[in-house]
Design a protein around this ligand. Structure first.
Ligand SMILES: [Zn+2]
Length: 354
């Protein structure tokens, strides 16, 4: 897969690509597009996409360990750099590779500091996600993302308490003066089974649990979203034409040279894993080679019975740490956003299968 082209990327994720992929600028721009599309259509499918982008590609780009990219060291004379770091990484691998390989659009300022395109747009990613957490209309409050906090007005207020997305249990305390206020709770697209314990009745409509009251003072709801680990396989496709190679001849009308590509089964023997909105990854510091071959035990319904991993790893503090069963033994997985954060260790989302 490539950085930022419309090049059949979703279908071609397991095909090796020598340059860096998954640019943070693209992630943030996609999140903004999803937020706009949701506000125009009210279709929560766009919030599903926004959520997945935020918890995985975006959170993975946070430069929590204050690293320099290796490419930056090559292109800018470090002796002239005023020591600092960029807050967001630019690219992340899905196949075995490392983070921090390039700083997109890196430029040095006169005072010795430097910046890049992804570092500039990163802040908008936080804002775009938070802008879509909840939505208040006359007599209706919609909770779109499950983040700790209190939302609403004195008329109708909801306080959310949860470890989501590390867990699927969400407690909602409702404080209502307006007894006929509507509360809408988004049911994420990935969620196949849920339980809502509620003192008042609810209906499921267009991806939302809808509660119309009557509310009486303070009441508590408990929403439990079932979050099994599920196995995901590469898409099957036929052939397509890509327009990603620039035409060196400026006199022609076509800016790009068409390249035909065809599905190759040998490049599709991979599997990856998702738990709720969170993609899982293997970081080599967990003690297994992300470029190895794995034989996970997948249940008939596509779920995987992963166990919590009790092991402690001195250099990683993952939000999720699981053991994926194999016919004999198991291999470790952590949340993608926590993997490879030292910008050196090899990591992968897609793992090769026989
Ligand atoms: Zn960028």
């Amino acid at each position: 897969m490539t950085t930022e082209y419309l090049d059949y990327t979703a279908a071609r994720q397991t095909i090796p690509y020598e340059k860096a992929g998954q640019e943070t600028c693209v992630t943030v721009t996609f999140m903004k597009l999803c937020g706009k599309a949701y506000s125009l259509t009210g279709d929560s499918v766009f919030l599903d996409q926004l959520e997945t982008s935020f918890y995985n590609a975006f959170m993975g780009s946070l430069n929590e360990e204050h690293k320099h990219s290796k490419a930056l060291l090559k292109t800018i004379d470090m002796s002239t750099i005023k020591e600092s770091f960029l807050p967001f990484d630019s690219y992340a691998p899905l196949l075995p590779g490392a983070r921090g390989t390039m700083a997109g659009g890196a430029q040095q300022f006169r005072d010795g500091t430097y910046y890049g395109c992804c570092a500039c747009i990163g802040g908008a990613g936080v804002a775009t996600f938070l802008d879509n957490v909840w939505q208040a209309e006359t007599d209706c409050l919609t909770v779109n993302q499950y983040v700790n906090g209190a939302y609403g007005t004195d008329e109708f207020r909801v306080t959310v308490n949860t470890r989501y997305p590390a867990a699927g249990s969400i407690s909602l305390q409702v404080c209502a003066r307006n007894k006929n206020h509507t509360l809408k709770l988004r049911l994420p697209g990935w969620c196949k089974n849920y339980k809502l314990q509620s003192p008042i009745p609810y209906t499921l409509l267009d991806g939302y649990l809808v509660l119309n009251g009557p509310w009486t003072g303070e009441q508590t709801l408990a929403l439990d979203l079932d979050m099994p680990v599920v196995a995901i396989y590469p898409m099957k496709w036929d052939k397509t034409t890509l327009f990603t190679t620039r035409n060196p001849d400026p006199t022609t009308s076509s800016l790009f040279i068409p390249t035909e590509v065809t599905y190759d089964d040998a490049q599709s023997h991979f599997v990856c894993f998702r738990r709720g909105p969170v993609m899982l990854a293997l970081d080599e510091r967990l003690g297994a080679d992300p470029a190895g071959t794995f034989q996970p035990v997948v249940n008939d319904d596509g779920t995987v019975s992963c166990a919590e991993n009790p092991a402690e790893y001195p250099q990683i503090a993952p939000k999720l740490s699981l053991l994926c069963p194999e016919a004999s033994g198991s291999f470790p997985l952590i949340d993608f956003a926590s993997a490879g954060k030292d910008w050196e260790s090899k990591m992968a989302v897609w793992l090769a299968t026989p």
